[in-house]
Design a binder for this molecule. Structure first.
Ligand code: PGA
Length: 252
């Protein structure tokens, strides 16, 4: 039974606008407003090239975006504060500062990784689940830094990056990147009330098809979405969605 919506967008602008409107609906739907800061919706946001039109659309209405608590999805291990390779820095400049999002659950790259993972796990135990998870997908099917063979039940953990991930992330042009990272686990993402998967470009077409319609397997981490019980929306461009059966798509 179909339990998700897939929006096919004709260009980057409509991709950004569609992602923005799905996101705003999700955030507004998550809680009543106004709320105390500790009750703000908990929102996971991805880095990468894919979400750029979405972030641009959000910045265009920065003053009108509802407040939320940003929760980091993944981060390299071992970088110092302010390092431009940090995902937290990337998101800070791209979206958090422009939107004036001040509540931030950021991973500390420079901390002892084992203690940091414990801290993140404890935080989720105390706070509860994610309200809205906005995610990208890697060419190898990873979500966050959950590389192939990551366990579906795993919570925040330390991960060794796949060579293909290292190569694609070094292509962002900020220099060599660490080989290890901390990521929220699939088990954390599985508990989110709502998930918005963003996908652009033909390099993602095969893996998206496998993730949504192939075997549910830890070899393709994003295939957990087939077992996911929350509300799932996929926003994609024509290239990324080229392998998905037309009957599954909404056109925009
Ligand atoms: P990309 O990265 O948006 O730059 O393709 C996505 C990912 O690897 O998760």
């Amino acid at each position: 039974m179909k339990k998700y919506t897939i929006y096919k967008c004709v260009d980057d602008k409509s991709f950004g606008l569609r992602a923005k409107s799905v996101f705003l609906n999700a955030v507004y739907g998550a809680r009543f407003y106004p709320e105390a800061p500790e009750d703000l919706p908990r929102v996971v946001l991805p880095t990468g090239n894919t979400p750029l039109p979405f972030y641009s659309a959000l910045r265009d209405m920065a003053d009108d975006v509802p407040r939320f608590e940003y929760c980091q999805l993944d981060e390299y291990i071992g970088l110092s504060d302010g390092d431009e390779r940090l995902f937290s820095e990337w998101l800070k400049h791209e979206v958090l500062d422009p939107l004036k999002i001040t509540n931030r659950m950021i991973f500390n790259s420079a901390a002892d990784p084992h203690s940091e993972v414990e801290r993140i796990r404890d935080w989720y135990k105390e706070k509860g689940k994610i309200d809205v998870a906005v995610l990208g997908i890697g060419e190898n099917g990873h979500v966050g830094f959950n590389e192939p063979k990551s366990q579906f039940h795993a919570r925040a953990n330390i991960t060794n990056l796949a060579q293909s991930t290292i190569s694609s992330n070094e292509a962002y042009g900020k220099g060599a990147i660490p080989k290890q990272a901390i990521t929220l686990g699939i088990g954390d993402l599985m508990c989110a009330d709502e998930t918005i998967l963003l996908v652009r470009g033909e390099k993602k077409a095969d893996i998206l098809m496998q993730a949504l319609f192939g075997a549910v397997t830890e070899d393709v981490p994003a295939s957990y979405l087939q077992d996911y019980q929350g509300r799932l929306t996929i926003v994609g461009d024509a290239s990324a969605l080229s392998k998905i059966p037309k009957s599954q798509l909404l056109h925009h």
